[in-house]
Design a protein around this ligand. Structure first.
Ligand code: 13P
Ligand code: SF4
Length: 379
């Protein structure tokens, strides 16, 4: 494990779970008022409505990483999102430069529910990545390969990238990061999301035939042919997000048939056959911006997580917003952050005994910071 956590027993939570939502909101507001600017609650766009309403700042993964990196006055961050996001916030908010400014005092980054992971991030394990790197080294020059990890990955994988001259990307800057990587070395090894990698590389004109996919469950060469590896420009990893992989080309076709003027707006974690048919593709921040900037009467079908699309539908009744497909598109792990967990975590923080503190091990944090800082420099 790349992180240390301080957790509390479950029975305590039961007392919160039996309370009415209004009482929990009152208590949370009370703590926010009491702590003022010492407390920063960050919320990802996929959080449920009642949680996002209590966030001080909200954003996509890139924006949230920047907010954590730039946070100066707060003394604690409560992260309403998933585990890899809290790890990233810990690495950036407690980087050496910041610790020196604060005389060594750490900002605890709290994830209200430790079960809020990311199934996509879990699809690449650092031991598998190291094995892949070693096997590739028997065929190609690894000094000429840049490892690129999607931010949806463990801190240990970000550290691997940091150690090998690699970089992190998010859905907001994947193209800029891949261009940076391709300008330095001839090849990229990209993990864990095959779709973001394929969609971005296709948009850059890299032929599909030069993108072999490494399956970490295959013992030899990830199931690839040696020649495919030798001719590769970008080696994909066989990982995906189940939420976004649920969107199919048939959903696009169905909506286009029903509403010929509809605009299809999707997240780049969707499969290429969906992305190719979309009018716009982008991070959750870009999706939000596209809707906010559109004139009344715009008709959209949005292919991303259910909570964000539902909120956009409710907040923009002047537009005609549809789910590209509503079934199985709730991110169950994001949903694990709820009012009882948030209130419980805040009560402990206010009492001076924080729980669920995500603290990345120093060696891992140091190397992961390299890869994150390269990303922040690319933008
Ligand atoms: P964004 O970086 O676009 O917010 O996406 C995060 C994520 O987990 C998408 O599934
Ligand atoms: Fe991970 Fe998919 Fe949930 Fe995003 S939507 S946090 S990629 S499981």
């Amino acid at each position: 494990m790349s992180f240390a956590t301080h957790n509390s027993p479950d029975p305590e939570l039961a007392a919160y779970q039996s309370q009415e939502p209004a009482a929990l909101v009152d208590r949370i507001q009370q703590i926010r008022n009491q702590m003022g600017p010492r407390l920063l609650i960050l919320g990802h766009h996929y959080q449920r409505d009642e949680v996002i309403a209590l966030a001080d700042l909200r954003g996509d993964s890139y924006q949230l990483a920047k907010m954590a990196a730039e946070s100066e006055s707060c003394q604690a961050i409560v992260f309403c999102g998933v585990h890899f996001m809290a790890e990233t916030a810990d690495i950036l908010a407690n980087r050496p430069e910041r610790l020196r400014q604060r005389d060594g005092r750490r900002i605890p980054v709290i994830l209200p529910n430790l079960a809020a992971g990311c199934a996509l991030a879990d699809m690449a394990d650092v031991a598998q990545v190291e094995d892949c790197w070693r096997q590739l080294g028997e065929l190609i020059d690894m000094d000429d390969v840049t490892p690129v990890t999607y931010v949806n990955s463990t801190a240990a994988i970000k550290a691997f990238c940091g150690r090998h001259g690699g970089i992190v990307c998010t859905s907001a800057n994947a193209r800029a990061v891949l261009e940076w990587a391709m300008a330095r070395r001839s090849r990229v090894l990209f993990f864990p999301d095959q779709h973001l990698a394929r969609n971005t590389a296709c948009a850059m004109g890299i032929p599909l035939g030069r993108m072999p996919m490494w399956d970490p469950r295959e013992k030899h060469l990830g199931g690839c042919q040696p020649d495919a590896i030798r001719q590769s420009r970008i080696i994909l990893w066989q990982g995906h997000c189940c939420v976004h992989q649920a969107f199919l080309p048939s959903h696009v076709a169905m909506l286009r048939q029903q509403y010929p003027d509809i605009k299809i707006l999707v997240h780049p974690e969707c499969m290429a056959a969906v992305v190719e048919q979309a009018d716009e593709v982008g991070s959750t921040g870009k999706i939000l911006h596209a809707v906010e900037q559109s004139p009344p009467g715009t008709r959209w079908a949005i292919g991303t997580e259910w909570n964000l699309v539902n909120r956009l539908k409710n907040q923009h009744p002047e537009q005609d917003i549809h789910f590209l497909w509503p079934t199985a598109t709730l991110c169950e792990t994001m949903y694990r952050i709820d009012l009882p967990h948030l209130c419980w975590a805040l009560d402990h923080l206010a009492a001076g005994a924080p729980v669920n503190v995500i603290e990345v091990e120093p060696n891992i944090a140091r190397d992961a910071l390299e890869a994150l800082q390269r990303m922040l420099q690319v933008g």
